[in-house]
Design a protein around this ligand. Structure first.
Ligand SMILES: [Zn+2]
Length: 449
């Protein structure tokens, strides 16, 4: 464990909030860990960070949040999901991807309403806040209503309606998606916590002209472009049949691979695919639990890392995971690739934490997130290290990846605002949400084919 010099000017200065804790994992460039640490928060940003004695000598605050035996970490970033799909959690399990999608999910999705999407998104927001995720990306339908839920919950997110060539509840003809995206961008661009993204579904449900238009719009709006890619062998087979190219080569041929591109899954990728992705500086969102549950296979993450690809983590939707707990996702990522490669260094604990923080921040085009440092947004979480399962304190990164679960998070803060602390949500009325979700579950059951 190391400490670093306090980065504060001399003299006492005012800040809005001081947070103190036994440990602080900064995830800064040097991966500094500070013992007996404090963070000064002002105007939603980190004004100072370092040893508690130094910070308290230099800064005064109206409120101090003393977290004692806790470990502060940057808020986790979930780089792929479909928030409102929490309404399908546990509804139908243990099916292949295409059966699951076409027989169980799509028929209900075609009847979705804005209110159902809002409530499902709010449930996802509550789960993410509870389990230490402070920012996520989302691709679904009626994203306007997901944005309303994110705004109310106080989370950060990159959101975009899924771009499909087949009719959806939100649009009867594929062309109608463009004005929806335009209106979304007009409504939310400039929001401090919500950014538009351009989310094509996949090479099999988004034809080349729509992929190109989505990417070009993302470039004009300086937003990210994301899609599911190479999720299964079937996808590769169909892409070869339809376009004569594997999915990554298809995107490369269309000119859609760049640092703006966030490629989700990349399970069925070969050496040449990885070389194309690496050369373009595109990012991968690795969703190990979803890939396992849908029996899609396992992305070659060790080879991706060796090729220099920026790999981040995502949960995918709650119907195919079935959890949005990023601690669980980090654990799976760290363990699985050791088992597959027989190399204990395939994804070390530090790499797994990087995939949920700094790598994820870069992947979603929000590089100022993902680390705790002066001038960065005050998006942080606290793990309760007084939990017997997180003792002793040898290595907080190891505890976070191999031992912790989201239920051991005791505080979640976004932009300096506490959204959850010790069992209490600040922005979400849990009991009324649970009542509403019971109603949504009855609505879903009534629509099953
Ligand atoms: Zn997905």
């Amino acid at each position: 464990m190391t400490t670093h010099a306090t980065d504060t000017p001399p003299g006492s200065r005012d800040c809005d909030l001081l947070v103190t804790a036994r440990l602080l994992v900064t995830q800064d460039e040097a991966r500094t860990v500070v013992a007996d640490a404090a963070v000064a928060v002002k105007d939603g940003l980190i004004a100072a960070i370092g040893p508690q004695a130094d910070i308290e000598a230099a800064w005064s605050a109206e409120t101090t949040v003393a977290l004692g035996q806790s470990c502060l970490l940057p808020g986790l970033i979930n780089t792929h999901g479909h928030a409102a799909m929490t309404i399908f959690r546990g509804l139908e399990d243990d099916l292949p991807l295409m059966d699951w999608l076409t027989k169980h999910i799509f028929p209900v999705e075609r009847q979705l309403t804005r209110e159902v999407v809002y409530l499902g998104s709010l449930l996802a927001a509550a789960e993410m806040i509870r389990t230490g995720t402070t920012c996520f990306t989302d691709m679904y339908l009626f994203e306007e209503d997901t944005a309303r839920a994110v705004d109310a919950a106080g989370l950060r997110a990159v959101l975009g309606d899924g771009i499909f060539c087949v009719p959806q509840c939100a649009y009867a003809k594929p062309d109608e998606v463009w004005p929806i995206l335009e209106n979304f961008a007009a409504a939310w661009t400039g929001h401090p916590r919500i950014r538009p993204g351009y989310m094509a579904h996949s090479v099999y449900l988004t034809p080349p002209d729509m992929l190109v238009r989505a990417y070009e719009t993302a470039c004009r709006q300086e937003a990210i472009f994301s899609l599911h890619l190479a999720e299964t062998r079937t996808e590769t087979r169909d892409c070869l049949r339809d376009y004569g190219r594997r999915p990554a080569a298809h995107l490369a041929a269309l000119g859609l691979l760049s640092p703006r591109s966030l490629l989700v899954h990349c399970v069925d990728t070969d050496e040449n695919d990885l070389a194309l992705i690496a050369a373009a500086g595109a990012h991968v969102s690795h969703c190990p639990k979803s890939n396992l549950k849908l029996a899609s296979g396992l992305a070659p993450v060790a080879a991706m890392r060796a090729a220099g690809i920026n790999v981040a983590l995502g949960t995918d939707g709650a119907a195919s995971n079935n959890s949005l707990d990023m601690f669980s996702e980090m654990g799976f990522a760290a363990l699985l690739h050791k088992g597959v490669t027989l190399d204990p260094l395939a994804v070390p604990a530090q790499a797994a934490l990087d995939m949920a923080t700094g790598n994820a921040a870069r992947a979603i085009g929000w590089p100022e997130l993902g680390a705790l440092a002066v001038g960065r947004p005050a998006d942080l979480i606290a793990l309760d290290m007084a939990e017997p399962g997180l003792q002793p304190f040898y290595n907080p990164v190891s505890q976070a990846v191999y031992a912790a679960c989201g239920a051991q998070v005791r505080l979640t803060m976004v932009g300096g605002k506490i959204l959850y602390r010790d069992g209490r949500f600040a922005t979400i009325d849990r009991s009324s949400l649970l009542r509403e979700i019971e109603g949504v579950a009855a609505w879903v059951r009534a629509r099953l084919v």
